[in-house]
Design a protein around this ligand. Structure first.
Ligand SMILES: C[S@@+](CC[C@H](N)C(=O)[O-])C[C@H]1O[C@@H](n2cnc3c(N)ncnc32)[C@H](O)[C@@H]1O
Length: 293
């Protein structure tokens, strides 16, 4: 499926009038928490940072089709800024998704430890033009006798997707340099993008990622037969994205997640034609422990 990788500041690239008809945007910007980015100052004045994000949200809104969607990921402490940023740029709020971490909580003095990140889901217009209600099959909870025959609908709490943290938890999916260090500390798991793209698009739709990083969005969109556009300011990252799509690594192959969604009524249609390839692949998807991987 077609993809476009743009090596530019997204604030400039998003003004390009040839970018249009976007159906879904995944927004995973730097969180302004003093991380080390080569070409981005992650220690901006708070107002300057949120003005920048409002600008991005407005530009994305302008090039999105009516009923298209945006998923804006952030730290939970910034929830009120995220919601007002989306509202002020025209988006209609739909859900505040809690992405609960599988690793231990970050301890904080004087208040509760932090155990999740937020993903605000909003649409252009009152209603999404596409929303596929996915069904998954979580393991049987203790004291339950039978699994539900048709699984359960995905809710706004996502506690089944493992983040790519340092160490062995990151598994093979984390891209590493020659010294074994992770190439990009904020690489998003493919499982997260599979869920978002399956929920909010159809085969052939266009998915945009203005802060593409290692290109997870494009790698998943490409395999799910959606068109994709990735914008990334760092040329080393755009080079990596090119390679990552040109030669899909085993760890990036999405078919191993197909069975996790097999209770979803229209899964064959929304997954695209390649779903048949999954038959030889061991299902090591959402509900398999790290030890089994
Ligand atoms: C949190 S990371 C995204 C990670 C991505 N989701 C992945 O799976 O790899 C944010 C990315 O935005 C890039 N970036 C920062 N400022 C940018 C800008 N103004 N325009 C485009 N990219 C930018 C950074 O270089 C970084 O790679």
């Amino acid at each position: 499926m077609g993809y476009k990788i743009i090596n530019e500041d997204c604030l400039i690239a998003l003004k390009d009038r040839t970018l249009q008809n976007v159906d879904l945007t995944f927004l995973d910007p730097p969180f302004n928490q003093q991380k080390d980015y080569k070409l981005h100052d992650d220690n901006m004045d708070e107002k300057e940072y949120w003005d920048m994000m409002s600008n991005v949200c407005k530009s994305v809104f302008d090039l999105t089709n009516e009923g298209g969607s945006i998923y804006f990921m952030q730290r939970e402490k910034n929830a009120e800024f995220v919601l007002s940023c989306l509202r002020n740029s025209g988006w209609t709020f739909q859900n505040l998704i809690i992405w609960k971490k599988k690793t231990s909580a970050v301890p904080v003095n004087g208040k509760y430890g932090k155990h999740y990140q937020i993903i605000a889901y909003a649409t252009k217009g009152k209603k999404a033009k596409t929303f596929n209600r996915l069904r998954i099959e979580p393991p049987l909870p203790p004291n339950y006798k039978f699994l539900r025959e048709k699984g359960v609908f995905v809710t706004d709490v996502w506690d089944d997707i493992r983040e790519l943290t340092s160490g062995y938890f990151a598994g093979n999916e984390a891209i590493r340099d020659k010294s074994g260090e992770r190439f990009h500390k904020q690489q998003t798991p493919i499982a997260l993008l599979i869920r978002i793209i399956l929920s909010s698009t159809e085969v052939g739709d266009t998915v945009l990622d203005p802060f593409a990083g290692t290109g997870t969005t494009l790698v998943v969109a490409h395999q799910l037969q959606r068109q994709s556009i990735g914008i990334e300011i760092d040329p080393l990252n755009t080079e990596l994205i090119e390679q990552r799509i040109a030669s899909i690594r085993d760890a990036d192959i999405i078919q191993k997640y197909y069975k996790d969604y097999s209770c979803t009524e229209n899964i064959a249609e929304i997954w695209g034609d390649d779903f048949e390839d999954e038959i030889d692949i061991k299902p090591i998807g959402l509900f398999t422990s790290q030890a089994e991987n």
